[in-house]
Design a protein. Structure first.
Length: 242
């Protein structure tokens, strides 16, 4: 488990010139204070999954964001994929500065308005409580869930047969939950406008395959990879996206 101090050290070393880590952390703290852990929608009919893939093309890094809307049965209702140029590097704990814009662009292009969004990433299970799912949820004012395949921050405690709490080792706060699924863990945390119990229930319901990704996120993930392959091989014209 990487400590908050270690993650700050990594972030400081990778920040581009002109950025202040202190100002970015302050921004994260302000946005995190706006997270509301209340169930706005307990039984969503339409669930959106968002994922992102990256590809290099003509010396540019492109982000391919796909948003997919499914019903409770996991049947596809709507989808949107957008390609956006990326200008911020990969830095753990600052991922939303890299991924938020392409995800918002893809989401806003959907025809169907989902009741809730599951994002491939963390929400409050973050040293500053503002993973991509929380940042997206606060900005878009929509219920969101963070659902990740690996743990960014925190320790697993209070483990039972099917789940563990994700606990901040610095203050003992429960910041998420690890759900066991086919001998692996799925790391779930509140994004915004939802409680942890409801977030976990919805994720469990949408884990319809052996994959660690809920079915809407899995569909989005597969679509991202399809676009990535087409862009890499030149079988799709990215000019119509940029």
């Amino acid at each position: 488990m990487r400590s908050r101090k270690r993650l700050d050290s990594i972030a400081r070393a990778r920040l581009p010139e002109g950025y202040s880590l202190e100002k970015l952390r302050k921004m994260q703290s302000i946005l995190a204070s706006k997270i509301v852990e209340v169930d706005v929608v307990e039984n969503p009919d339409k669930i959106c999954g968002i994922d992102l893939a990256y590809v290099k093309k003509n010396d540019r890094e492109l982000g391919i964001a796909c948003a997919v809307v499914c019903n409770r049965k996991g049947e596809l209702i709507d989808r949107s994929c957008k390609v956006v140029e990326i200008n911020f590097p990969y830095i753990p704990t600052l991922l939303s500065l890299r991924e938020l814009r392409p995800m918002v662009v893809a989401f806003r292009s959907l025809k169907e308005r989902p009741d809730i969004v599951i994002i491939d990433g963390h929400g409050k299970a973050h040293p500053y409580r503002l993973g991509i799912a929380s940042h997206f949820g606060v900005v878009m004012k929509i219920p969101t869930i963070g659902c990740a395949k690996s743990l960014l921050y925190g320790e697993l405690r209070n483990c039972k047969e099917e789940q563990c709490d994700i606990v901040d080792p610095e203050n003992g706060e429960i910041i998420g939950r690890a759900l066991r699924h086919y001998n692996k863990y799925v790391y779930v945390s509140v994004g915004n406008l939802i409680t942890l119990d409801t977030a976990c229930r919805i994720v469990r319901e949408m884990l319809k395959t052996r994959s660690q990704m809920p079915i809407p996120v899995l569909y989005a993930h597969n679509m991202c990879n399809e676009y990535k392959k087409k862009i890499s091989t030149g079988t799709i014209d990215i000019g119509r996206f940029l």
